[in-house]
Design a protein around this ligand. Structure first.
Ligand code: SAM
Length: 333
């Protein structure tokens, strides 16, 4: 058993207390960097974890010291039993922080349930502030819905609302200053994410990332950024704000600044595999043993093995392409 004092600690003394759960591989958008227009082959329904299974695995993870959960996908809000799953997840004692990453298309319909379940923090993916361009990037004319969801979430008191932008060269990188301005006027946390090249030509076009160093320079040309002190909960995000701004800016730079030394994550994929590192294709099957009658103790051991297999660092650099054979939509990004 590779756990110490009921905590998952890996060989590099990183305490793994954060589990990202992809609750479905299905998505209602076709973002150019994530899915081809026709979608990807879907997992069969019976191959996706049931919500009871997700709850059981979450309880086991919490028993091993996980106190932070993020629900992701695919698009988590397309999962039909999402409204049932969330309150039950929130009721697991020992969980300090549950948040959701969504594209926001169905968010307004869910906000009340999400709030009454006790979730305060939401991450919304938004890659353009221009309606036409949003449609070109995502394949869906949904910008107004996402904007409406963001406004409503803010009025309802969700905080922080993080707006995640994947910056793509020649596609939306001319909008980085507009996104940054949002953090001045509103209490939003705007985060710039470096695109990780998947190697798949999803929409017949090569996509290129923009280094966050370049993004930061463009923002600094507008106004100096103030570096914010690192908090334990920051994970890979390096945070700044503009003087007098209501919100803040974050940079997530998997390519240009490895943050593996502070990585505290495990990922549970939609098909019930534990993935120790986003950028390494190794996964450990939990669903198979669970459906074959494994005890909680057996499953705890598999969590321990995942901690054991967590690589010290990924070796991706800005010239590489990731294979992501498990694919972002099933792994959860
Ligand atoms: N559907 C939800 C959403 O849109 O936020 C959750 C799943 S999505 C896979 C999670 C995040 O991964 C999104 O912010 C998305 O932009 C990001 N993502 C997907 N493919 C990516 C890539 N190749 N490089 C960087 N980020 C990526």
């Amino acid at each position: 058993m590779e756990t110490k004092h009921h905590c998952l600690i890996d060989h590099y003394e990183r305490r793994l207390n954060y589990l990202r759960i992809s609750i479905t591989d299905r998505c209602n958008l076709r973002c150019r960097y994530c899915m081809p227009p026709e979608g990807l082959e879907k997992l069969r329904h019976e191959d996706i974890l049931t919500y009871e299974e997700i709850l059981r695995l979450t309880r086991i993870a919490v028993g091993l010291g996980v106190d932070k959960i993020r629900l992701t996908g695919g698009e988590p809000l397309v999962r039909k039993d999402f409204p049932l799953l969330l309150p039950e997840l929130m009721a697991i004692s020992g969980l300090k922080d549950v948040s959701i990453t969504t594209n926001g298309i169905y968010l307004t319909e869910h906000l009340e349930n999400i709030q009454s379940a006790g979730v305060k923090r939401i991450n919304i993916s938004l890659d353009s502030l221009r309606r036409d361009r949003y449609r070109q990037i995502t394949g869906f004319d949904g910008f107004d819905r996402v904007r409406e969801a963001i406004v409503q979430a803010q009025e309802m008191g969700f905080h922080p609302i993080k707006i995640n932008m994947v910056v793509l060269s020649g596609i939306n990188d001319d909008e980085v200053t507009d996104f940054a301005q949002l953090s001045v006027r509103y209490p939003f946390h705007v985060r710039f994410i470096e695109y990780m090249p998947s190697g798949l030509l999803l929409h017949n076009e090569p996509l290129r990332h923009v280094s966050n160093t370049v993004v930061r320079e463009r923002l600094e040309a507008m106004e100096p950024l103030i570096r914010l002190p690192r908090k334990a909960t920051d994970g890979p995000t390096v945070r700044y704000r503009f003087e007098g701004a209501k919100g803040e800016i974050g940079f997530i730079s998997p390519l240009t600044h490895h943050f593996c030394q502070v990585c505290n994550r495990l990922r549970l994929t939609a098909k019930g595999h534990l993935r120790p590192c986003l950028l390494s294709d190794q996964e450990l099957d939990l669903k198979g043993p669970m459906r074959a009658g494994a005890t909680d103790r057996d499953l705890e051991k598999i969590f321990g093995q995942a901690a054991d297999h967590k690589p010290r660092a990924h070796h991706l650099n800005s010239e590489d392409e990731i294979s992501l054979s498990g694919r972002m939509s099933a792994i959860g990004g």
